[in-house]
Design a protein around this ligand. Structure first.
Ligand SMILES: Cc1cc2nc3c(=O)[nH]c(=O)nc-3n(C[C@H](O)[C@H](O)[C@H](O)COP(=O)(O)O)c2cc1C
Length: 380
C-alpha cells in the first residue's frame, strides 16, 4: 500500500489519491470565458485520475488578469461556462478545484509565448491593448513594466469583495477545493513582500501590516466558502530576492492562515519580479520547493502541498513517507503525460490489471497486457 495512492480527506472532501494537478494557465480564453480548449485540457487530466485538479488562476476582476487570455470568474457567466467540466471531473472520481487570483501590478502582460513582458505596440496591433494595473505601491515589477496605481482603501475592500463573490460562484458551480493565489508575485504577494509594498498605512510597513490584506481576504472568503470544503492558499514561500519575503515569514503567515480556517498551504516560490511567473535567484532542481512544504508543515502545524519538479511516483512517495507534505502537485509532468497518476501507480505496482481505468480503456489495455505476456511466455 503506497501513501501516494491512499485516500486523504480534507474537511469533508475525500481525494482518491494524493496527486493534485497544479493550476496551469492556458492563456487561451477570450474575455475570460472558459472554452473548448479548456474542456479538452482538463478532461485529459481527469481521465488520468489524480486525486484532484485545480483549475488555472481565474481572475476575480477583469483588470486582475495576467494576460488577455486568462480565465476569469468575475461574473456569473464566467462561472457558468465551467459547469460542464466540473461535472466531467467529478464523473471520473476526481475532485474539482479552482484557483482564484488577481495579478495586481503583474497584470496586462504578454502571453508567455508572446514574450512574457509588458504589452507593447505589437500586442496592441493584435488588438491586445494594455490596461491600468493596480498594486500596493506605485512600483513597477521591472523596467518598462506598467506603473501600478496605488490602491486606495476602497480599492482594497473592492478586491476583497470580488474574491468573496468569486468564491461564492465557485461553490455554486460545484467546485470542491478553492485555492487563493497568494504566490508568484501577484497581488496578494505584492502586499506581503517588502519588495513591492512601500505603503505607510495599516497595509504596509511591519510584517503584520503587510499580511493584513491576505488575511482579510482569506477570512472573508472562508466566511462564504462552505465549512465542509477545503480552502487552500498558494504562497511563494520565499521571494528568492535579497531583502524579500523569507521562509520564516511564511511560517508566521501559515500559522495566521490556519487560524482563519485555511486547510492546506500550497508551497511554491518566487515571481515577485518582472522576469517570468516564478522568477527567483534560488536553486531549481528536483523537489526544490519541498523543504518549504516540510518546514511550514512542521512549524505551523498545517497540511501542505509540495510542488515543483516532482518527476515520478517514488519521489512523490518519499516526500509523503518522510512527512514533508500531505499532497503532491504536478504541473509540467502532467502536460507531458496526462496519465501520469495512472502510469506512476502501475510503475509502483498499483492497479496492474487496469481495473481503476475508465472501462472504455481499461478492458482493452488489460487484454493487450495479458496477450503480450502470453506471447512473451510462448517465445521463451
Ligand atoms: C503552463 C503553466 C501554467 C501555470 N499557471 C499557473 C497558475 O495558473 N497558477 C499557479 O499558481 N501556478 C501556475 N503554474 C505553476 C505550476 O502550478 C507549478 O507550480 C510549476 O509549474 C512547478 O511545478 P512542475 O515542476 O510540476 O511543473 C503554471 C505552470 C505552467 C507550466
Amino acid at each position: 500500500m503506497t501513501k501516494l495512492y491512499s485516500t486523504i480527506t480534507v474537511k469533508q472532501v475525500t481525494l482518491s489519491n494524493r496527486v493534485v494537478i497544479a493550476p496551469m494557465c492556458q492563456y487561451s480564453a477570450r474575455d475570460g470565458i472558459f472554452a473548448d480548449w479548456h474542456f479538452a485540457n482538463y478532461s485529459k487530466y481527469a481521465l488520468g485520475r489524480p486525486g484532484a485538479i485545480i483549475l488555472e488562476a481565474s481572475a476575480v476582476q477583469e483588470i486582475g488578469r495576467i494576460t488577455h487570455g486568462d480565465l476569469g470568474i468575475w461574473s456569473d457567466a464566467h462561472a457558468d461556462a465551467m459547469r460542464g467540466i466540473v461535472g466531467f471531473i467529478k464523473g471520473q472520481g476526481v475532485v474539482p478545484g479552482i484557483q482564484i487570483g488577481h495579478a495586481g501590478r503583474k497584470a496586462s502582460i504578454q502571453r508567455p509565448w508572446h514574450g512574457n513582458g509588458a504589452l507593447n505596440e505589437t500586442d496592441a496591433a493584435r488588438g491586445e491593448e494594455p490596461w491600468q494595473v493596480i498594486g500596493p505601491s506605485p512600483l513597477p515589477a521591472g523596467k518598462g513594466w506598467l506603473v501600478p496605481k496605488e490602491m486606495t482603501l476602497a480599492d482594497i475592500s473592492k478586491v476583497t469583495r470580488d474574491f468573496v463573490a468569486a468564491a461564492k460562484r465557485a461553490d455554486d458551480i460545484g467546485m470542491e477545493i478553492l485555492e487563493l493565489h497568494a504566490a508568484h508575485g501577484y497581488l496578494l504577494q505584492q502586499f506581503l513582500s517588502p519588495l513591492s509594498n512601500e505603503r505607510t498605512d495599516e497595509y504596509g510597513g511591519s510584517r503584520d501590516n503587510r499580511m493584513r490584506f491576505v488575511l482579510e481576504v482569506t477570512e472573508a472568503v472562508r466566511a462564504v466558502w462552505p465549512d465542509t470544503k477545503p480552502l487552500f492558499v498558494r504562497i511563494s514561500a520565499v521571494d528568492g530576492f535579497e531583502g524579500g519575503w523569507s521562509i520564516e515569514d511564511s511560517v508566521v503567515l501559515a500559522k495566521a492562515l490556519k487560524t482563519t480556517g485555511v486547510d492546506v498551504i500550497d508551497c511554491s516560490s518566487g515571481g515577485n519580479a518582472a522576469a517570468g511567473a516564478t522568477a527567483s535567484t534560488g536553486y531549481r532542481g528536483p523537489g526544490f520547493q519541498v523543504p518549504y512544504a516540510d518546514k511550514i508543515r512542521r512549524e505551523a502545524d498545517i497540511a501542505t502541498m509540495a510542488v515543483g519538479l516532482i518527476l515520478d511516483g517514488p519521489q512523490a512517495e518519499a516526500i509523503l513517507q518522510n512527512g514533508q507534505a500531505d499532497l503532491i502537485a504536478i504541473a509540467r509532468e502532467a502536460i507531458d503525460d496526462p496519465f501520469w497518476p495512472r502510469h506512476q501507480a502501475q510503475a509502483m505496482g498499483v492497479d496492474l490489471d487496469f481495473a481503476g481505468w475508465p472501462e472504455q480503456y481499461g478492458w482493452w489495455l488489460d487484454r493487450r497486457a495479458r496477450g503480450l505476456h502470453q506471447l512473451a511466455k510462448s517465445e521463451t
